[in-house]
Design a protein around this ligand. Structure first.
Ligand code: GDG
Length: 487
């Protein structure tokens, strides 16, 4: 890595989405807003240590040159560089990324389609996926300076490591997967399974949230490619790719400090007043089938069924942030969730009070912190989840209350916060119902003990540590060309 004295090292962070949402306010003007999301939170620390530029889709389609130029210059102030995906976007993002890769990586297999031209659809989406990855490469090429490190994020960019190395084998390339990696038995249903694996293996370092995901990846490479699993990672055709585990975290101080702000205290008081005499169970999820919101509601319904004494003493507040509305599976899960809310509120509600408060929208950051802080129980029932930062954020906001985290064993966080949380199998409604009861009845001493374990983990394994660890491992990993020189 080339760095002149006193300068920070340069890092190009490449992800599908830029950390901002752009809205056009005039022919030449844009309003830019930070957008919520796990990756955004995770990279806050890294951006302070490196001269970081972020390359990604700006969240909006722009077809005119005036608009593109003005957006580029507005984004440049935030060190962001847009990739305009235009007509390729739908097939790449809604099609291949979210319709094919996302369900496979989350153990759900390929979606069943109701038309008979499946192969043609697959091929069109796959071609769009490759084309979009090439468009990311083109923008990197325009901005690359010798010595830059490139850190690619997530399944959207599985072809980028190979394209980058073909362009310049000296570029140091890292790739981090934010989702789970499934067992080879699930992954091998993917028609283009080998090409995708070979492409990510072109990187110098591959990072995963948990040992299980990394282990699945290595064994998938051995079974599908006939590669060799080594102490370092994977050896394929003589090239060793380092595979390692970097559990992502949050910036805990951002949450702790926000909870101390007078306006947030005021929001907390209003919420406490609103829910006076009731315990609050909180859910915060993107409205995604992997988050298990229907399973959460079924568990809660069971709890209300079996514990009539709690019916007017507890409320479940569910923030369900709309996401990927253009993908049919997401519209289905939304309809299912709405149906369950109606059924449960109809069964157990009355004119003056409803057991589920369901919001189909996101809330602002300070309100989110206020909700985390006043909740008695956080209920996370992901069916699969790379990590689940919401669990960490809840813990960070609970310094005063020391509420209980009920957490799915299928979230990556189940492995890190398992000792302090009540772990559940979200498919088992009886277990979820029992965990809700246990959480609501847990004595203060036990809650304090569990919170202490969790907060210690959240403070230690922060976003900053995640970024530092990945970057220092990447620096220590020799790129292919360096290895050739050393031989
Ligand atoms: C992916 C992986 C992995 C949510 N609602 C609101 C809001 N949020 C913010 C939360 C949190 C983020 O969104 C969600 O992060 P998660 O980690 O829980 O989930 P994904 O979005 O699915 O993230 C996941 C992550 O990447 C990182 O690698 O952990 O497994 O799926 O930061 O605070 N923020 C605001 N209002 C909301 O209503 N302001």
């Amino acid at each position: 890595m080339k760095v002149s004295c006193g300068e920070k090292p340069r890092l190009l962070v490449v992800a599908n989405r830029l950390p901002v949402s752009a809205k056009r306010t005039g022919e030449n003007s844009w309003s830019l807003e930070m957008s919520p999301g796990g990756l955004v939170s995770g990279l806050l620390g890294v951006r302070a240590q490196f001269d970081t530029k972020w390359i990604g889709w700006p969240g909006v389609d722009v077809y005119d040159d005036v608009g593109k130029k003005s957006l580029c210059s507005s984004l440049a102030e935030m060190k962001c560089i847009p990739v305009f995906l235009e007509e390729v976007f739908d097939q790449y993002y809604n099609g291949y990324c979210n319709g094919i890769l996302w369900p496979i990586l989350h153990h759900m297999g390929l979606p069943q389609e109701d038309h008979n031209d499946r192969n043609k659809t697959y091929q069109t989406q796959y071609d769009a996926f490759k084309k979009a990855n090439r468009m990311f490469l083109d923008v990197i090429k325009e901005n690359y300076e010798e010595g830059d490190i490139v850190w690619c994020h997530d399944y959207h960019l599985m072809f980028l490591p190979q394209y980058l190395k073909e362009y310049n084998s000296k570029i140091k390339v890292g790739w981090f997967l934010h989702s789970p990696f499934p067992s080879s038995e699930v992954y091998k249903t993917l028609p283009s399974r080998s090409e995708l694996l070979r492409s990510v293996l072109a990187a110098d370092l591959l990072g995963f949230h948990t040992y299980d995901f990394a282990r699945h990846f290595v064994s998938t490479c051995t079974r599908i490619l006939g590669a060799e699993g080594t102490h370092e990672g994977v050896m394929d055709h003589g090239k060793v790719t380092r595979v390692a585990v970097f559990p992502i975290g949050i910036d805990p101080d951002r949450f702790i400090n926000t909870c101390e702000l007078p306006e947030v205290k005021q929001q907390m008081n209003e919420l406490k007043e609103r829910f006076a005499g009731k315990k609050v169970i909180l859910g915060v999820d993107r409205l995604d089938m992997i988050k298990g919101i229907p399973q959460k509601f079924l568990g809660f319904e069971k709890f209300l069924e079996e514990n009539p004494n709690w019916r007017d003493k507890v409320v479940l507040v569910q923030i369900a942030v709309p996401t990927r509305n253009d993908v049919p599976e997401y519209r289905k899960v939304k309809a299912q969730v709405h149906g369950l809310v109606g059924r449960i509120n109809g069964r157990f509600g009355c004119v003056s009070s409803l057991p589920i408060h369901h919001l189909d929208c996101s809330v602002n950051f300070s309100y989110l912190c206020a909700l985390y802080a006043i909740a008695d129980v956080m209920l996370v029932t992901s069916l699969r989840d790379g990590m689940n930062l919401v669990s960490y954020e809840f813990v960070a906001c609970q310094e005063a209350k020391k509420g209980v985290l009920v957490l799915s064993e299928f979230a990556g966080a189940g492995q890190s916060l398992g000792a302090g949380a009540l772990l559940v199998n979200p498919w088992d409604v009886i277990e979820v119902s029992s965990a809700i009861r246990e959480a609501l009845n847990m004595p203060a001493e036990e809650r304090e003990k569990r919170h202490k374990v969790n907060i210690q983990y959240v403070k230690t394994y922060s976003a900053k540590k995640w970024g530092d660890d990945f970057m220092s491992e990447l620096n220590e990993t020799f790129s292919e060309s360096e290895m050739r020189i050393r031989k």
